[in-house]
Design a protein around this ligand. Structure first.
Ligand code: FAD
Length: 370
């Protein structure tokens, strides 16, 4: 059942673009709701900026306009990401913005004069939907069955104390998760191992990460490496526990019968750090049109890249659905006065915030709320 309330605008993602959209809706008396998959707003930034990184109020060289939502502009004298995030939290509280966290967007359905947004926490109704989910969408595990309960990042390593934990992925992010859990387990004298699985033979981490991992192991960390391991099946067992089966030691016998071993973990013991992808697969799922760059057509995007097609007010080919911010960077195809042209769109807080300004102006006009 959809929520009863119909919002003027449903905003997907609580980063700079989504939050600026929310703030402007709030200021102009449009009803709105932000749906953010993370634990807090600006989760994308919290996850991707290294600790202590300075946040710059960068503007593209050829951009004449100032930040159109000054309240979200990083200070001219750069501050660390931690202080910027703290400022944003205060801003959200002070303005009392309408945000639901830990709600992951999945799909949109059309219903008469409204759009129904499908999430992992149910359905929400809006007249317009603004997609502000950024440029980096965590990949889903592709298994037979459902693996939605598998975590895609580590929020609290102590959650895994006392559990045999499985971390999937062969890169630095997966290694960092393994290290954090090993450390938490060591501090609590927990001897349950961390299984670390990767689909290839070789794990691929940088020297600094390898050194930290080595230290944790030497300090007593219990780790079981599972190279050449492939997640296969997501299923519910007889006790109604969601489980993930991962295949290890696969032997092709040549007579058509394969021999393999598999391990089955409760899904809440599993974290999959298998990287992220651009938003094109989501645009495809939503039926939002994209155009492929052919030779000589695009200056910013490469040949073969698919760019989303948007009006000058950021409306996609799906009526009432707008796309802003990092999700349309580094360029998109703009339809303007009958012409379709690649539009440069650098992935910056500045562009995200200024897109929000334009999209809210456009929506106010369409809803007659000027
Ligand atoms: C390391 C690094 C350093 C940077 N430094 C700077 C800098 O100094 N200055 C600058 O201007 N720019 C910088 N940038 C770029 C800047 O962070 C981005 O341009 C900006 O965050 C884009 O904002 P956004 O709101 O479009 O996307 P994001 O910030 O990515 O926000 C998207 C939000 O949507 C949420 N989301 C994703 N999927 C879903 C879903 N299915 N359902 C619900 N919510 C979802 C995410 O959790 C996230 O909170 C940097 C980027 C990186 C990676």
């Amino acid at each position: 059942m959809p929520q009863k309330q119909l919002h003027d605008v449903l905003i997907i993602g609580g980063g700079p673009a989504g939050l600026a959209t929310a703030y402007l809706c709030h200021k102009h008396g449009l009803s709105y709701l932000v749906l953010e998959s993370g634990k807090a707003v600006f989760q994308g930034i919290a996850n991707s900026y290294p600790q202590g990184k300075l946040v710059y109020a960068s503007k593209p060289k050829d951009a004449p306009e100032p930040f159109l939502v000054d309240e979200l502009r990083p200070p001219d004298k750069p501050v660390t990401v931690e202080s910027y995030l703290q400022y944003i939290q205060h801003f959200v509280q002070h303005e009392n913005l309408n945000i639901q966290t830990e709600v992951a967007f999945e799909d949109i359905r059309d219903e008469r004069d409204q759009l129904v947004v499908v999430t992992d926490k149910g359905l929400f109704k809006g007249r317009k939907v603004v997609l502000a989910f950024g440029s980096s969408i965590p990949r889903e595990l592709s298994v037979y069955g459902d693996a939605k309960m598998v975590a895609k990042s580590l929020d609290d390593p102590t959650k895994y104390i006392g559990l045999k934990t499985l971390v999937i992925g062969g890169g630095n992010t997966a290694a960092d998760v393994v290290i954090a859990i090993l450390k938490a387990k060591r501090e609590q004298n927990d001897t349950q191992p961390v299984y670390w699985a990767h689909q290839s033979e070789k794990f691929d981490v940088n020297a600094e990460t390898a050194q930290r991992l080595g230290e944790e192991i030497l300090l007593g960390g219990s780790i079981r490496l599972l190279p050449n391991a492939t997640p296969r099946i997501g299923e519910v067992d007889d006790e109604q526990v969601d489980r993930l089966s991962i295949r290890i030691n696969e032997f092709k016998q040549g007579d058509g019968i394969d021999l393999y071993h598999a391990l089955s973990f409760p899904m809440h013991n599993v974290i999959a750090c298998i990287g992220s992808q651009g938003p094109v697969p989501i645009f495809d799922k939503l039926g939002i049109q994209t155009i492929s760059c052919t030779a000589g057509v695009c200056k910013v995007a490469k040949e073969g890249d698919r760019l989303v097609l948007l009006s000058s007010g950021f409306e996609s080919t799906r009526k009432g659905v707008y796309v802003v911010g990092g999700a349309i960077s580094p360029s998109y195809m703009k339809i303007s006065e009958g012409l379709i042209q690649e539009e440069k769109h650098p992935n910056l807080i500045y562009t995200a915030v200024n897109d929000a300004y334009r999209v809210v102006e456009e929506i106010r006009g369409k809803l007659g709320k000027n």
